[in-house]
Design a protein around this ligand. Structure first.
Ligand code: PEP
Length: 227
């Protein structure tokens, strides 16, 4: 069976103490319930870029099979690009990167051409791109393995797409763009996670708000691992 992705996007949230608390809590919860079948799931946490080194250390110390992702990547390689964090810097700490989130398209004017450059940068250092699309008509660059379908109206609103419609979009994207994994994002929580990952075409989820609470994140891991 293909592994189901659970990819937590912290967005621009948490300070040092909250980050440590998140890992402590996840570790405590895992010790109380060590029957998780990690073979069924690929769990990725995407903190703000500045916390990547800390999160790598906390992940190593807590000895849980979590992967680390960045929320953004520079479209440029190292050089005179003040404020940017380049592919090779991210690859020191992470194995995934989110590209094309609607919040970046809207607030930072990221367009298809810039996003394609970001995918190229990620591929050059073997980072797995998690490429966000807003509907089945969004352009997807070549060489993206994981596509995240995230209807804008469902992000942070408590409203989800129906599992049936998300499954339909997943099927359409796979048919049009070929062998991708398709995950769903938009107000996923411990109660609704199963309804999405039990569908035929959805390969995981991208929770934002509910990934911030380590107890909710743990419950999502438990619920997804049972599938
Ligand atoms: C997201 O961060 O991409 C997201 C889908 O957020 P939320 O789960 O809060 O809707």
């Amino acid at each position: 069976m293909k592994k189901k992705y659970i990819i937590g996007n912290w967005k621009s949230n948490k300070d040092l103490e909250e980050t440590k608390y998140w890992f402590d809590t996840l570790k405590t919860r895992s010790l109380q319930n060590n029957i998780i079948n990690w073979d069924n799931i690929e769990v990725v946490v995407c903190p703000p870029i500045i916390f990547l080194p800390l999160v790598k250390k906390l992940r190593d110390d807590c000895d849980l099979p979590l992967k680390i992702g960045a929320q953004n990547i520079s479209p440029f390689k190292n050089g005179p690009y003040t404020g940017e964090v380049s592919d090779s810097m991210i690859a020191e700490f992470a194995s995934y990167v989110i590209i094309g989130h609607s919040e970046r398209r809207t607030n930072f004017s990221e367009d298809d051409s810039m996003l394609s450059e970001k995918v190229k940068r990620a591929n050059e250092v073997k980072l797995n791109s998690i490429y966000c699309i807003q509907d089945e008509n969004t352009f997807i660059p070549e060489d993206v393995e994981i596509v995240a379908y995230e209807p804008v109206w469902a992000i942070g609103t408590g409203k989800t797409d129906t599992p049936d419609n998300a499954d339909r979009v997943a099927q359409a994207v796979k048919k049009r763009w070929g062998g991708k994994s398709l995950i769903y994002g938009g107000s996923v929580d411990p109660d609704n996670i199963k309804s999405f990952i039990q569908t035929n075409n959805i390969d995981g989820v991208l929770p934002g708000g509910s990934s911030l609470d380590p107890n909710k994140f743990w419950e999502m891991i438990v619920n997804a691992a049972k599938i």
